[in-house]
Write a protein that binds this ligand. Structure first.
Ligand code: FAD
Length: 617
């Protein structure tokens, strides 16, 4: 036996836990470790401390050093910021688990529910530099030696889930797999908020909580939240995973970190000429698999027989019955072969289920985004803080790698909100702050977020370059909160009238702002402010506001109502440069009538109002 091999059974079990490659194995070795060390994982408050005391193993110590460093951050107040809070997290995807870790560091009791039994997604996620730094700080390299070695900046979804599952368990998070969340159960009698689960007899169904985080992915939106759809031009994504045998020849093949049609016309033309495959872009990552993601043109998919019949409705077009899967596999194979210059001659699909090649086709045409990131519900005097994180908050455009980057940012922001909640900040303020930060999320890029990755914490100020925690006021979010309460009292007319009356009052926050905008734009041609959406589309209203307060900054006579994108861009640039207010949407989103987000606009105009209220020197 080598001198450094583990000598005690718990050391050997710890090694098995650290290197486990499936969710089942992780949970099995974890349970074994707890038994051997005689620690009850349900004692979440003392679990990690006891584990450190009882597992006196050098390999474990290296990991404790990392976790202790994170846990010692002042934001967590020595794990006491949220000791009274009980949090239910829906979904053990990367974002649900990342949030769970932060909540446990804050001292909350955390229960995660996951409907799947296994982590099987081979697809590969692009990581922004800060996420690499963050995951290293949690010991990712100890769990997965190959994590982002050299210039690698990606990881498969399943591998990332495994890393985060292991960290969660070590920190005392309770993770249940094979259990489906089916809805919230309102407080009754002495019981607080609980969850309806399948199977109904699951032990977690008795868990009572005051914080509910939905990280259910994709379009999973719990009651009370609204999603809006951002419809772009038809975009069909194809993902494919091929076996990586890790040979020297395979190692030589260069990755394609993203090649888009506009940057390499010749490549796409050659691909079309030689194979009949017409793509908008393609990405290739060499990870546990050879992973390809591409956006394909409909015409070419029809011509190659991948899509059987043409429909204008994207859902109908990509319905499984309208897809010839054998043709899809050939399409993905040929695109992968061509784009790697034939240097991967033996491309064999990984099987995601027996006999089924790991290739899929997705519709990117519609992206969903939640209108708000948080809510408070109150029933029988028991408040519940609800929040969305990850893909169910903002659906990412995968080729840009925004899924994990923005997903983790939202996980940190949510933890910051739960911290305020735990520390007794009034609930309207808690939600207002969260919504203020949420306005920034869709604009974030690696360039406009802080480069001091080591300094990132759950405090938004450490990550966003310019953040205003009160760009949305408490009285503005009250409308949303009361709306929710109102719906719940549908059957009780007396209550309904009372709430509806209060709701009318609470709309004051918006009305005052609207009046202010109307007063200061009343005299301008082609400007008629009636709301927070359509009235701002042409950009003239924003330009008029600027002109009213600072006439020297803008020449209104040079503007044309039909050049909406130009007008919006001009107004955004002036407001950012002169008043330091970053835009909360793109000029074209604002110009496109379907894509104006009311709360974003309210947040933006509130900042404009505040800035103009300061007299110029
Ligand atoms: P997810 O990873 O989707 O996790 C949500 C979890 O919630 C899932 O494990 C789900 O089983 C669970 N869940 C849902 N409903 C319930 C319920 N009612 N009860 C209990 N559990 C529930 N990104 C890329 O960058 N590249 C890709 O190629 C890529 N491919 C993808 C392929 C698929 C099939 C999917 C679903 C997503 C893909 N993504 C890809 C997106 C990427 O996976 C996400 O951005 C990332 O995983 C972060 O997601 P999340 O944690 O918010 O949600």
């Amino acid at each position: 036996m080598a001198s450094q091999d583990p000598v005690s059974p718990s050391h050997a079990t710890f090694d098995l836990f650290v290197h486990a490659q499936s969710c089942k194995e992780v949970k099995h070795h974890f349970a074994e470790l707890c038994m051997q060390l005689d620690i009850n994982p349900e004692d979440f408050r003392t679990f990690y401390i006891k584990l450190k005391e009882r597992l006196n193993y050098w390999k474990a110590k290296a990991l404790w050093t990392k976790l202790d460093k994170r846990a010692s951050h002042a934001d967590y107040q020595q794990g006491k910021a949220c000791t009274k809070n009980k949090c239910l997290v829906l979904g053990a995807g990367p974002c649900g688990l990342r949030t769970a870790i932060e909540l446990s560091l804050l001292g909350a009791q955390v229960v995660v529910l996951e409907k799947r039994e296994a982590f099987t997604r081979n697809n590969v996620l692009h990581l922004w530099p800060y996420t690499i730094c963050d995951l290293r700080g949690l010991g990712a390299k100890k769990f997965y030696g190959k994590f982002c070695t050299g210039s690698l900046d990606h990881i498969s979804i399943r591998q990332l889930q495994l890393v985060l599952l292991k960290v969660s368990l070590l920190l005392g998070v309770e993770v249940h797999t094979g259990v489906e969340f089916q809805g919230l159960i309102e407080p009754s009698g002495d019981n607080g908020w609980m969850a309806k689960l399948q199977p109904g007899s699951h032990p977690a169904s008795t868990f009572q909580f005051d914080v509910f985080i939905s990280a259910g992915g994709g379009r999973f939106v719990p009651d009370g939240f609204k999603h809006k759809e951002l419809r772009g031009k038809l975009a069909i994504g194809i993902t494919a995973n091929f076996i990586n045998r890790n040979t020297a020849a395979e190692a030589q093949v260069a990755e394609i970190s993203g090649v888009a049609r506009i940057y390499n016309q010749k490549f796409f033309q050659d691909l079309l000429t030689e194979t009949g495959i017409d793509l908008e872009n393609i990405v290739y990552y060499k990870d546990a698999t050879h992973y390809f993601v591409m956006t394909a043109k409909k015409k070419s998919l029809l011509k190659k027989g991948v899509i059987k019949q043409d429909y204008s409705d994207a859902e109908k077009l990509l319905a499984p019955a309208n897809v010839d899967y054998e043709a899809l596999y050939s399409f993905a194979h040929d695109a992968a072969y061509f784009s790697t210059g034939g240097k991967l001659p033996d491309l064999q699909f990984v099987e995601n289920q027996p006999g089924r090649p790991d290739a899929a086709m997705f519709d990117f045409t519609c992206m969903h985004r939640a209108e708000n990131a948080s809510l408070v519900r109150e029933r029988r005097g028991k408040k519940l803080l609800m929040a969305l994180v990850g893909d169910c908050l903002v659906e990412p455009f995968w080729p840009l790698g925004t899924g994990i980057a923005r997903g983790f940012l939202a996980a940190f922001d949510t933890a910051w909100m739960v911290r305020s909640w735990g520390m007794g900040v009034p609930h309207l303020k808690v939600v207002a702050e969260r919504e203020s930060v949420y306005q920034l999320l869709s604009q974030t890029t690696p360039e406009n977020t802080s480069k001091n990755y080591a300094g990132y914490s759950i405090d938004p100020k450490t990550r966003y370059q310019r953040v205003n925690l009160s760009s949305i006021h408490s009285n503005q979010v009250r409308t949303v909160i009361l709306y929710l309460l109102n719906r719940e009292f549908k059957s009780d007319k007396k209550q309904r009238d009372k709430w509806s009356h209060m709701r009318q009052d609470s709309i004051g926050g918006f009305e005052e702002l609207l009046k202010w905008c109307q007063n200061h734009t009343a005299d301008y041609t082609n400007v008629n402010v009636k709301d927070f959406t359509q009235s701002w589309r042409s950009g003239l209203a924003l330009c008029a506001l600027i002109h009213h307060f600072r006439p020297k900054l803008i020449d209104m006579s040079s503007l044309d109502e039909s050049s909406a994108v130009h007008n919006n861009q001009l107004a955004f640039s002036i407001l950012e440069k002169e008043l330091g207010i970053p835009p909360v949407m793109s000029a074209s989103d604002l110009a496109n009538s379907g894509q104006i987000d009311k709360l974003s606009m309210v947040s933006y105009l509130t900042q404009v109002q505040k800035a103009f209220a300061v007299p110029t020197k």
